[in-house]
Design a protein around this ligand. Structure first.
Ligand SMILES: [Zn+2]
Length: 174
């Protein structure tokens, strides 16, 4: 027992069935959990909480996933542009719109070096972006990656809602 589940949850027949099934495949347990959690975690993040009006929820931008699009700059698809298409440390990137315009660049690395973190901080300062890093909001292999958000600063918009990971409740199981 590591204290992740309450005694009541542990006593639930579906929970104990799931636990014993997962214990038979310990090497795959985190992948199975990720498979279960990934889509829901992304939806919670995309909707920015249950109370957020539809026009403020994120929709995934189509086409080239590019930091320059977030900044309203043209992209010539070459690696010498400043800033580049991808921020330092980028892995599993995606670009998100609000009201049809890119407002948030997301990437989900397994780790981030101090060097990349310093470069990201510089980038945000230079281009007036807000960075937010979360271990519980990542939907690319939840539990293994972190979610890094680079958001355009807009004084008119409210601060972003901290997304919550979907939780397993007994109400849902009954
Ligand atoms: Zn680009």
């Amino acid at each position: 027992m590591s204290g992740f589940l309450s005694e009541k949850a542990l006593a639930h027949p579906l929970v104990s069935k799931a636990l014993s099934a997962l214990r038979q495949v310990p090497g795959a347990a985190d992948r199975i959990a990720a498979e279960v959690l990934s889509e829901g975690t992304r939806e919670i993040w995309r909707r920015q909480g249950s109370q957020t009006p539809k026009e403020l929820q994120y929709t995934q931008a189509k086409g080239h996933i590019c930091l320059r699009r977030l900044l309203g700059k043209r992209c010539s698809y070459n690696s010498h542009q400043e800033p580049p298409c991808q921020p330092p440390g980028s892995d599993h990137p995606s670009l998100w719109n609000q009201a049809g315009k890119p407002v948030c660049f997301v990437f989900q690395p397994y780790s981030l070096s101090g060097e990349n973190l310093a470069a990201l901080t510089d980038l945000c300062r230079k281009h007036n972006l807000t960075m937010s890093i979360s271990g519980q909001a990542s939907w690319h292999f939840p539990g293994r990656t972190i979610l890094v958000e680079l958001m355009r600063n807009s004084p008119k918009e409210a601060s972003p809602v901290v997304p919550q990971k979907p939780t397993l409740t007994l109400v849902e199981l009954e």
